[in-house]
Design a protein around this ligand. Sequence first.
Ligand SMILES: Cc1cc2nc3c(=O)[nH]c(=O)nc-3n(C[C@H](O)[C@H](O)[C@H](O)COP(=O)(O)OP(=O)(O)OC[C@H]3O[C@@H](n4cnc5c(N)ncnc54)[C@H](O)[C@@H]3O)c2cc1C
Length: 383
Amino acid sequence: MDFDLNEEQQMIKKMVADFADKEIAPVSAQYDQEEKFPEEIVKKMGALGIFGTVIPEEYGGGGFDYISHALVAEELGRVDSSVRGIYSVQISLVALSILRWGTEDQKRTYVPRLASGEILGCFGLTEPNSGSDVASMQASAVLDGDSYILNGNKMWISNGCADVALIFAKTDKSAGHRGITAFIVDTKTPGFSSRDIHGKLGLRASSTAELILEDVRVPKENVLGNPGDGFKVAMSALDNGRYTVAAGCVGTAQGCYDAAKKYALERVQFGKPIAGHQLIQEHFAEMAINIDAGRFLVYRAGHLKNKGVRCTREVSMAKLFCGEMVNRVAYRAIQIFGGYGFSNEFPVERFYRDARINTLYEGTSEIQKLIIASSDLGISAFA
Ligand SMILES: Cc1cc2nc3c(=O)[nH]c(=O)nc-3n(C[C@H](O)[C@H](O)[C@H](O)COP(=O)(O)OP(=O)(O)OC[C@H]3O[C@@H](n4cnc5c(N)ncnc54)[C@H](O)[C@@H]3O)c2cc1C
C-alpha cells in the first residue's frame, strides 16, 4: 500500500526498520524473559539519532516531520513495544513538552541531551489513587523561598529508571485541575526514590516504577510553564504521546501480520499451506483492512500536526482505534499460528501480551471515547 511517503520519510523508515530487524529483534525475547531494560539498545538508538527525529536541529535533533516521528514509532513497535514505549516517553511526553512549554534555558539544558539519548526522561502524572481523573491527584508542591518542596507518589511510570522526570503536583489544592503545576525534576535529588514494578503482563523489557517523592526540593526555575499550567502541559504532552502510541500499535499489528503471513505460507494442513484455506484468508483480509485504517488515522493526525493545527480529537481517534485494533490483529495472528502461537517460540506470543497495554495507558479507550464525543457534541463528559 502506497501511503505517499516522501524520500526523507522513506529513508527514515528504512533506517529504523534495518536497525529494528538487526539490533532489536534478535534480542527482544531475551530482554522480555529477563524483564531487563534494554540499555544497550537505547545507547545505540541515541548514537544513531533515532531519539532526535522530530526535534528541531537547533536543539540537537534531526528536524524531521511528524510522519517521520510516527514511522520511527511504527518500525520500533513492529519488533518490540517495550523499546517503542521508551522512544514515545522520551520524545513525545518529555522532550516535546519541554520544547512546547519550556524557557529557552530549560530547552537548551534538557532537549539536546534527550534527543541524543544522553539522559532518559519519564513522565509522572498517574498516582496510586488518581489515573483517569487527573485533577484528583494528591502530590503536593509547596513554595519555600526559591524552591518548591514536592511530596507524593507517582504510579506506573514508564522509563522509571530515568535521569529526569516531569512531575505533576498540586500547588493549589483548592483550584482543581487549575491548581496543578509541572516540574522538571532531577531524579538524583535527595528525597526522590523509585520502586520497580515487576510481574507485568507485557512490556516486560520496559522499566515501570512507582516514584516516591519525600520533601524533594526543586528550584523555582524548574517549573515547566507557569504555576497552575500543569493540566494543560499534561494534556498537550498526551496529545503527542497518544500519537506515537497509535503509530506503535500500527507497527505491532504489522509485525503480527508479517509473522502470521510467513507462517501461513509454510504451515501445511490438509495437503496445502494453511494460507490457502478460506477461513485463514478471512483473517488476513480483516487484519490488512484494520492495519491500513489505523495507518490512515495516524497519518491524518500527523499531517495536522505538521500544519501546527490542534488535533486532540483526531489523535484520540487514532489512539482509540489503533489501541483496540492491535489487540484484534494480535488475536487473529495467534489463531493463525494455532498451538504454536501459544508459546514464546514465536514473537506473536509477546506481541499479543504487549498489545494489551494500548487500550489502557495514556488514557484508556473509554477516556478517548469521551474526548472524541465531548469535542463533537460540545458537552464535556468530564465536568
Ligand atoms: C505499563 C504501564 C505504563 C504506564 N506508564 C505511565 C507513565 O509513564 N506515566 C504516567 O503518568 N502514567 C502511566 N501509566 C498509567 C496509565 O496512564 C493509567 O493506568 C491510565 O491512565 C488509567 O488509569 P488507572 O489505571 O488509574 O485506571 P482508572 O482511572 O481507575 O480506570 C479504571 C477503569 O474505569 C474506567 N473509567 C474511569 N473513569 C471513567 C469515566 N469517567 N467514564 C467511563 N469509564 C471510566 C477506565 O476507562 C478503566 O476502564 C502506565 C500504566 C501502565 C499499566
